[in-house]
Design a protein around this ligand. Structure first.
Ligand SMILES: [Zn+2]
Length: 443
């Protein structure tokens, strides 16, 4: 998806003071809603769903229970006994599963049919964007997505680092966040575009190349980036198809800098050539991949690069342009479906990440439904959205599975999503780090 991800270096809105004002305002707004989650529950918590999907095995375990103590899972299995001081929560008819992990979000964007991307980047003050992002974070968490990998603030600078802190400090409710700060783009490649040449226009990402690409990646890491986002291709001119931007050598240098700092690298790439370059350069994930071929996905598999197809982005943008969802699908949708089919065939590691922000936060399930509709069995979609995403993003030791010792990020949905993926919309219970954020219908 030519989904734009961005940023403006020298823009006046980016002054940190405005961001903090927004967060203070937010605290007032959100403070009265469900416990913002600073301390984990004092009492152990026994959860009794109809079944447990553990994040790894496709088949759910009927009759299992989960005992949580503090921020972690203590015991999992049938016939657990509640300690005398335990809080017991019955979840009849529900499936308990690991908190879902969104692999590709833009928490600082809102749907393009509300405001065009160019206008969000150029005309929305940072405080407005930050205030809206806190609401998006809450919606994301209550939809059962307890972790997000946020791949670029798109003009909102380093506000993702501040939002992550606000969530960690319990000021506002939201998911755990892996943040990219500003995506990195080749000079001249990104947007907004279409202005008088030579006039400096705020950009949706940070421009850098050659040795400065490594410098920029390091500065971002020092400023709080957990993941480095590179644009391996883009439309050089408005209306032009995507073409490669960085060379393989440029990306390899940035990847070395990121990996040596313990960070991962995500590459936006739609063309087969830029997917090839990014793969050989050693990135960890490739986003979109609309022109990916079986050969390219096999190359990715051989190099242990995961694929995030973002089916929901092309679907949403096509609907904004008038598509009613029926066949024949528009070219962009047909292209991403074909790439996804080739990816499944290749055995490449998949990632659930919908490019949410292009469409409403809290509807992150769209990507999971589209992956299922495109041929991946529901239980496999759930494995990818939990344990696979956790491992791909370096979180597999703590998150993505219902297992003793893991962090207690747990959700429950009505019905059995391993049989019918649409059940994933029916979230009834959300716990993050042992703290309950939702119990029952929408709070
Ligand atoms: Zn994106």
């Amino acid at each position: 998806m030519p989904v734009k991800c961005v940023f403006a270096a020298a823009h006046p809105w980016r002054r940190a003071g405005l961001g903090w004002l927004a967060l203070i305002g937010l605290t007032l707004l959100v403070g009265a809603t469900p416990a913002a989650g600073s301390a984990a529950a004092e009492h152990p918590h026994l959860l009794k769903p109809a079944r447990v999907f553990d994040g790894t095995h496709p088949q759910p375990h009927e009759g299992w229970m989960v005992l949580v103590r503090g921020e972690r899972i203590e015991q999992v299995g049938p016939n657990l006994t509640a300690p005398p001081d335990a809080v017991v929560t019955d979840l009849p008819g529900q499936t308990l599963l690991p908190g879902l992990i969104e692999g590709h979000s833009h928490i600082f964007l809102h749907p393009y049919n509300e405001t065009a991307w160019d206008d969000q980047v150029l005309h929305e003050p940072l405080a407005l964007r930050t205030a809206r992002a806190t609401v998006a974070a809450r919606a994301t968490l209550l939809a059962g997505f307890t972790t997000i990998r946020d791949l670029g603030t798109e003009g909102a600078g380093y506000a993702d680092v501040g939002l992550k802190l606000a969530i960690e400090q319990g000021i506002v409710p939201g998911p755990r966040m892996l943040v990219a700060t500003r995506a990195l783009v080749a000079p001249g490649a990104y947007g907004p575009k279409g202005f008088e040449a030579g006039v400096g226009i705020p950009q949706g990402a940070e421009e850098a190349d050659g040795p400065s690409l490594v410098t920029a990646a390091r500065r971002q890491i020092g400023a709080g980036a957990d993941v480095v986002k590179l644009y391996a291709d883009y439309h050089w001119r408005p209306g032009e198809p995507s073409r490669p931007t960085f060379t393989e050598a440029e990306m390899r240098a940035a990847v070395e800098a990121a990996h040596s700092a313990g960070r991962t690298v995500a590459a936006h790439a739609n063309t087969a050539e830029s997917m090839r370059r990014a793969t050989l350069a050693g990135v960890d994930t490739i986003e979109h991949g609309g022109e990916g071929t079986l050969e390219i996905f096999k190359l990715m598999r051989a190099h242990n690069v995961a694929f995030c197809p973002t089916l929901a982005a092309s679907d949403a943008v096509s609907r904004y342009h008038g598509w009613n969802g029926q066949d024949p699908a528009p070219a962009a949708v047909a292209e991403s479906r074909a790439a996804f089919a080739a990816a499944i065939q290749s055995g490449v590691t998949l990632c659930v990440g919908g490019d949410v922000g292009v469409f409403p936060h809290g509807e992150n399930w769209r990507e999971m439904e589209l992956m299922s509709a495109a041929g991946l069995p529901p239980a496999q979609v759930l494995v990818v959205a939990t344990s696979t995403n956790a491992h791909t993003f370096g979180l597999g030791e703590q998150l993505g599975a219902v297992k003793a010792g893991m962090l207690a990020d747990l959700i429950a949905v009505e019905g059995d999503p391993t049989r019918d993926i649409h059940a994933i919309r029916a979230v009834k219970f959300v716990m993050k780090g042992g703290q309950v954020y939702r119990n029952g219908s929408m709070p």
